[in-house]
Design a protein around this ligand. Structure first.
Ligand SMILES: *Cc1c(COP(=O)(O)O)cnc(C)c1O
Length: 380
């Protein structure tokens, strides 16, 4: 440790490279990989991650807003970027100027882009999104054909992509099958009529692991790129899980150690009372760093290679753990919140379970206060 941070995240760039290589292996050489880097690359740091992904076989980026697209442009020019959300009316012109591919769900949106293209003397590459059951964005599958034809007649637009999104791919095989059938029912006549899409996509990370039939010619993973296995009720084959290598480790330190007698209450609300005398360590991380308070009373951390339960409520900047089983704990010692220590490991997915949420939220909840330290590569 050549720094004196109180709470930090280590991002292993080699792990990201390996995850991307594994995704490439899974989909084969002819399928494009759209890496999803929204929300600061799932909390890993967009600038560094985008640079690394550009060197590691990403074909295209998926983002949630235009600032993210701009950040990618600042790292490397010429990479296609798809805006996964709908552009607001006042964002249309900027999207066209910045050469971001928009997601289109309605003819009205398409007309706005066509008009902006004419004004700016540009050709805009667009993706049409089809709602097969997510209910968030997209044209209803039954109206999709009509929209595709209409968009095809607008000037200044090039329809390069068609996609859909699973609503419950990690948990519900039957509904995912229904979504696949709806998308394929639309697709079959289109392809037969000679329509070709440069980007035809459906698969997020969960679908990449569970729905091979919808890999099409592009996949759209986020979480798996960062080496995290989605929480799932469906069984994900363990050989697939084994290939994913978590890129992020989240750490803090011990700041104070004390012995408390039986009957001592600990932290706000006095929800925990020591059942016997115990040794308690105070840690330099709390919900102000993004460690969700909902995990109070359930979470565990690693100190000295041992599992230590969090006791009492997690507070904004500190939390308490039972270190009775760990020998020689001292102020300054390293604590692992997510990651490996010795032979033990804690995954973001586990922290999510303790917090009653999903690993996506655990990662994106890590706040600005937590410096990201990059290991294993030349960060951009
Ligand atoms: C976030 C997102 C993804 C990536 O999902 P993961 O589960 O993280 O792989 C893919 N597609 C869309 C439309 C998204 O919003």
């Amino acid at each position: 440790m050549n720094h004196s941070y109180r709470c930090w995240a280590e991002v292993d760039l080699m792990a990201l490279r390996e995850n991307l290589a594994w995704i490439r292996h899974r989909v084969g050489p002819d399928v494009k990989i759209m890496t999803v880097v929204k929300a600061d690359a799932y909390g890993h740091g967009l600038k560094q991650i985008a640079g690394l992904l550009m060197q590691s076989g990403t074909d295209v980026f998926g983002v949630a807003n235009l600032s993210e697209a701009q950040a990618i442009r600042a790292v490397g020019r010429g990479w296609p970027v798809l805006m996964l959300g709908a552009c607001l009316p006042d964002e249309v012109e900027r999207a066209v100027r910045d050469d971001v591919m928009p997601t289109i769900s309605t003819f009205a949106e398409a007309k706005m882009f066509s008009a902006a293209a004419a004004r700016l003397k540009r050709v805009v590459s667009v993706h049409i999104k089809v709602d097969t059951g997510m209910g968030r964005l997209g044209v209803a599958a039954a109206q999709a054909c009509e929209l595709i034809e209409a968009v095809g007649r607008l000037s200044g637009l090039r329809l390069v992509g068609l996609y859909t999104h699973f609503a419950a791919v990690e948990d519900d095989a039957a509904f995912s099958r229904e979504q696949r059938l709806r998308f394929n029912r639309l697709l079959r006549p289109l392809l037969k009529a000679g329509h070709a899409f440069e980007y035809l996509h459906a698969n997020s990370s969960g679908a990449l692991l569970l729905e091979k039939a919808t890999i099409f010619n592009t996949v759209r993973p986020g979480l798996a790129v960062y080496g995290v296995v989605p929480s799932a009720k469906r069984r994900i084959v363990s050989v697939l899980k084994r290939h994913l290598c978590p890129a992020l480790a989240w750490k803090c330190r011990v700041s104070f150690v004390k012995e408390v007698p039986a009957g001592t209450s600990l932290s706000y609300g006095r929800t925990f009372v020591a059942p016997q005398s115990m040794r308690v360590a105070t840690l330099t991380a709390g919900y102000g760093d993004g460690y969700l308070r909902a995990a109070s009373g359930r979470a565990q951390v690693l100190i000295g290679g041992k599992i230590c339960p969090v006791v009492g409520r997690i507070t904004m900047d500190q939390m308490l753990v039972d270190v009775s089983t760990v020998k020689r704990v001292r102020a300054g010692d390293e604590v692992v919140l997510v990651g490996r220590q010795g032979r033990r490991g804690i995954s973001a997915t586990q922290v999510a379970e303790w917090s009653g949420t999903i690993p996506w939220e655990v990662l994106t909840a890590i706040t600005y206060r937590v410096p990201r330290v990059y290991l294993g590569g030349h960060a951009a």
